[in-house]
Design a protein around this ligand. Sequence first.
Ligand code: COA
Length: 391
Amino acid sequence: MSSDIAIGIHDLSFATTEYVLPHTALAAHNGTEIGKYHIGIGQHSMSVPAADEDIVTLGAAAAAPLIAAHGSDRIRTVVFATESSIDQAKAAGVYVHSLLQLPSACRVVELKQACYGATAALQFALGLVRRDPAQQVLVIASDVSKYELDSPGEATQGAAAVAMLVGLDPHLLRIEEPSGLFTADVMDFWRPNYRDAALVDGQESISAYLQAVEGSFKDYTEQGGRPLEEFAAFCYHQPFTKMAYKAHRHLLNYCGADTDTDTIERAIGLTTAYNTTIGNSYTASVYLGLAALLDQADDLSGQPLAFLSYGSGSVAEFFAATVVPGYREHLRTAQHRDAIDRRTPVDYAAYRTLHQRAFPTDGGHYPTPEQTSGPFRLAALNGHKRIYEAR
Ligand code: COA
């Protein structure tokens, strides 16, 4: 469990969109009883990207404060995890690298495996830092979750990016070995290259997720991981926040532990605060859960936290991290709350227009309306090229 050198998350920052749609507006449109959204799936609102926001602008906005605080001299790798990629060839991280003026002596790559990708990125970062502890790795998880209008998945949409600086002697979390791993070939959620919105078999995705919880924890135990009762809290991937409750109950049952409501609430309650108002941010979701926990909990110094990262299709990883004493001085709680509070509410009609927006595919020059008040914007599509600018 312990390793000779401490490597982990040195700093963490997130960004979300310009707009927000409350679930009351969606419920009023489709006639759903609001309790289904607020209690049944545990969602209150969803972040909605402006016309000039995408995974690049969100990712750059999340990472900019880390570069401002720590500089970029030690960053030799940027790993950008997403499942809502904007290009089949070029890594979105290359645009972020340019917007943030990172050094040219840097490798940049994009990773994909549904919502799991950022955890793969984090693990790869740990390996790179172990090989050369002088280096830091910038991990960015950025996604816009988009389902068909009027489909069951619509209520679970959202968008956000989390940026994490991974390095030696981290300020926030020391990531532990071992990891518990699980892969199974299932078609619970996927997005063929010709589609903008994901396809999902909702009930299948819930049971595939629960199977992956069990499978990855079983492997974690077999690899010599901590017993369940040692963990102070559990950060789950949250496609909708109720899923974390389902997952934790399932894990407790699997381990033959008590499943009373208070125990479950203590273990995961604080991790849902950001996801319930942002919605599903795919790769970023589990790390938004971590941010919400660290920003709200009483001092967790020295305590082990559990992580369950799930990506449909499916791959899951169960791993642990220890909270570094003194971490509270390095949190970005005010910035995070502001990212949520500064969003402008949109009505259903405005949301629907944004949802249906798509660039023509003829290679012409298409400027985007200036909507975002964030630090970066997608200014145009011109000759099939996305043009970004700092504001
Ligand atoms: N008050 C309180 N709860 C209510 C309610 C009401 N008025 N009406 C319904 N509910 C509850 C249901 O009992 C159910 O709870 P349960 O799952 O604990 O039994 C929950 O709300 C959802 O209802 P359901 O009928 O299953 O909703 P749905 O058919 O719209 O599907 C999802 C829900 C999550 C499957 C759907 O939103 C989806 O496909 N999401 C995208 C995929 C996804 O997020 N997968 C997760 C794994 S990655």
